[in-house]
Design a protein. Structure first.
Ligand code: PEP
Ligand code: MN
Length: 358
């Protein structure tokens, strides 16, 4: 895919374009080790460094600010091929990134959803020729994302791109932030000239899911990936569960597949099948949780000499499920059949649990 009309942070399509680096800079040694390892990975074009960390709850590590920027400047003096990007949330952050020669910046999810912050922030960037990446706000709404991008373009920024980091929804199906890929496709349709990268780390929230999410992003032809990489992820001060080592990143890049044909049916099918595989695996995990809970119920029923099958409760459960299914437009018979099977298995497990207690 060519980015002919795109004011891209990429000069050519070297796919996948990777941005990698720690969630937060923690020490000079951790930064140096990350850089030493990441500059050896040719696909890594930018090193991400969090120096001001927006924390959901107070009391956590909030980043080292200018101290860390000074370390970056020192590294750039000896390693000019290393290029760095940081998150900015306040006009002072913009000034500090300018002072320390940061190569690209991104606007985080907490900031991009707030029009007042966006106005102040973009005003501080007016006239600065720097690549700016705009993450989507947590709210699942493409208009907020578009508005944040428009505010960047409005102050004359020429290298604006988007970063998809998932959305905060009620039932997130195990994702830290649900990908809701349809919103990304809506953004692409509304602003075809804006490159879109994917941040699988903040979508998945767990390192085991990064490859699956990255592949899904490539399958819908997103333009690159921003991945959190730390020399010792388990000891990371922020987002320890979702960071990977530089060696793991190299293996992941090797396994990722770039499929040909932007609009081929195969690509679309592949993405949808990955979605189905993921949903199925969540269904199985939920069934296991349900059956484990049935066993706990058996233990209580056993203690009170109750029988496993409680017709009144079963009727209630079934009626509730049917009502919920109907409201969602799912066939009553289908849900009834599934729940009858689940109930039979639940009773079987409870009875065998109760026999063991005797
Ligand atoms: C980050 O990239 O470090 C970050 C805080 O992400 P987000 O703004 O997507 O939550
Ligand atoms: Mn993070």
């Amino acid at each position: 895919m060519e980015n002919k009309n795109r004011t891209s942070i990429m000069t050519s399509r070297q796919f996948p374009y990777i941005i990698a680096g720690p969630c937060s800079i923690e020490t000079q040694a951790q930064l140096q080790s990350s850089v030493d390892q990441l500059i050896r990975i040719p696909q890594v074009k930018l090193i991400r460094c969090g120096v001001w960390k927006p924390r959901t709850r107070p009391g956590g590590f909030e980043g080292l600010g200018e101290t860390a920027l000074a370390w970056i400047k020192e590294i750039k003096a000896t390693t000019p091929q290393a290029r760095f990007c940081c998150e900015v949330a306040r006009p002072e952050h913009v000034a500090a990134c300018q002072k320390y020669g940061i190569d690209a910046i991104w606007i985080g999810a907490r900031t991009s959803g707030d029009p007042f912050s966006m106005n102040e922030l973009t005003e501080a960037m007016r006239g600065w020729d720097i690549p700016v990446m705009v993450k989507n706000a947590p709210t699942p709404d493409v208009k907020t994302w578009i508005g944040a991008i428009e505010r960047c373009c409005q102050v004359g920024l020429k290298q604006v791109s988007a970063v998809h980091r998932g959305f905060d929804i009620y039932n997130n199906m195990g994702f830290r932030n649900h990908p809701l890929w349809e919103i990304v496709l809506e953004l692409r349709q509304a602003m075809p000239e804006i490159p879109i990268l994917c941040d699988p780390s903040h979508i998945g929230g767990k390192r085991e899911w990064i490859e699956m999410i990255s592949q899904m992003a490539l399958d819908i032809n997103l333009d690159g990936l921003m991945i959190e990489v730390h020399p010792d992820p388990e000891k990371a001060l922020t987002d320890a569960a979702q960071q990977i080592t530089p060696a793991e990143l190299t293996r992941l890049i090797d396994r990722l597949m770039v499929r040909d044909g932007e609009n081929s049916g195969d690509n679309e099918l592949h993405y949808l099948r990955k979605n189905i595989d993921h949903i199925d695996s969540e269904i199985i995990k939920l069934l296991k949780q349900r059956l484990d809970t049935s066993l706990q119920i058996a233990e209580v029923k056993g203690r009170y000499n109750m029988s496993a099958y409680q017709p009144k409760r079963w009727e209630e459960v079934l009626n509730n499920k049917i009502a919920q299914a109907k409201a969602l437009g799912i066939s009553e018979t289908f849900i009834k059949e599934i729940y009858e099977k689940i109930h039979v298995e639940s009773i079987r497990i409870q009875e065998s649990g109760m026999r063991k207690m005797e």
